[in-house]
Design a protein around this ligand. Structure first.
Ligand code: CUA
Length: 332
């Protein structure tokens, strides 16, 4: 299979994946999300019952003891001083409720954290940056950004283990339909895992305020069959296609200070790796779709699209802009 038919195949696969834009935590599609949903439902049930009891008593009291025509407004109501039964009840019952919730939550947290990995494990390191995600696959020597590809299996046998890090401030990794949030903190490794049970293009986001473009620090998780995942890794491992003219222009510009393209002189690590830029559906960490118009607008002036992002406008001429974009478009 040559690279072009492979790409056509990959794109067709990507097009077939169900979009999971509405990230409903009550329709989890991975084991951690499923156990977390149970705790959420139990908590809702208990707090819902408390709401009904307390709200009911308030309504009853308001109706039953409202002032009526003919009441003597100066008469004091009966004064009640202390009742051991009531005081014991409203101290002991809330304590029991709190301990039940603590116990159940702790059990689920420990259950998720200590779960033994299913037999097939993919390792991914995700590094938070202001405001995008660096994604590394140490076993495959792949470095990409913002779009995490993982294999899925309906029985949950395909798990992905994440190491979360941050290069600058605290971020939080969250794909709501698969698992709870996990912080990405500087100088610290956090670990968690998920095993998607359905294919999809899952929407996620940074869930910890991290600066101006926090809301546009979006995240995509592509859960695909193990065979498609394997094909994706092979494509990502390939060096960039050599497109002579555009490449020389690209290498001569300051793009290379921050971006890497494997197989060229561009080895910057400050911004996303661009080696397979065109394999990603979106640019700017989910801010716009990756198409010619948006890519050109982005290279021209990223601040128009994502104000405050750390890439400045390099004031390229129209000709340079066309050459650079044409080159970037070869990076499949
Ligand atoms: Cu990164 Cu919010």
């Amino acid at each position: 299979m040559n690279i072009h038919s492979l790409l056509a195949f990959l794109q067709a696969q990507a097009a077939n994946l169900p979009e999971r834009k509405i990230a409903d935590i009550f329709k989890p599609l991975a084991s951690p999300g499923e156990s977390e949903k149970q705790v959420a439902l139990l908590t809702f049930a208990i707090t819902g019952a408390i709401f009904v009891v307390v709200g009911g008593l308030i309504v009853y009291t308001i109706v039953r003891f409202r002032s009526r025509p003919g009441d003597d407004l100066h008469q004091e109501p009966p004064q009640v001083y202390g009742s051991n039964q009531i005081e014991v009840a409203w101290t002991v019952i809330p304590i029991l409720i709190v301990f039940v919730l603590i116990g159940v939550t702790a059990r689920v947290v420990a259950g998720v954290q200590n779960a033994s990995p299913p037999k097939t494990t993919t390792h991914v390191t995700v590094i938070g940056h202001q405001w995008w995600w660096e994604v590394e696959y140490p076993d495959y020597h792949i470095r990409t950004a913002n779009e995490v590809h993982v294999p899925f299996s309906p029985d949950g046998a395909q798990a992905t283990y994440f190491v979360l890090q941050s290069i600058d401030v605290a971020h939080s990794f969250w794909i709501p339909q698969l698992s709870g949030k996990m912080d990405a903190i500087p100088n610290r490794d956090n670990y968690f895992w998920m095993n998607p049970k359905a294919p999809g293009y899952y929407y996620g986001n940074c869930a910890e305020y991290c600066g101006t473009q926090h809301a546009n620090m979006q995240l995509r998780l592509v859960a695909e069959s193990p065979e498609d995942f394997k094909r994706w890794t092979l494509n990502q491992q390939a060096k960039a296609a050599d497109a002579a003219e555009g490449k020389a222009v690209f290498e001569s510009l300051s793009c290379v200070n921050c971006h890497a393209v494997q197989g060229t002189t561009a080895i910057g690590k400050f911004g996303p790796d661009l080696t397979h830029l065109m394999s990603r559906r979106e640019i700017g960490s989910g801010v716009v779709e990756n198409n010619h118009k948006n890519l050109r607008a982005w290279v021209n002036d990223p601040q128009e699209i994502k104000p405050g992002c750390l890439m400045p406008s390099f004031k390229l001429t129209d000709r340079e802009l066309d050459q650079v974009v044409a080159y970037l478009e070869t990076l499949k």
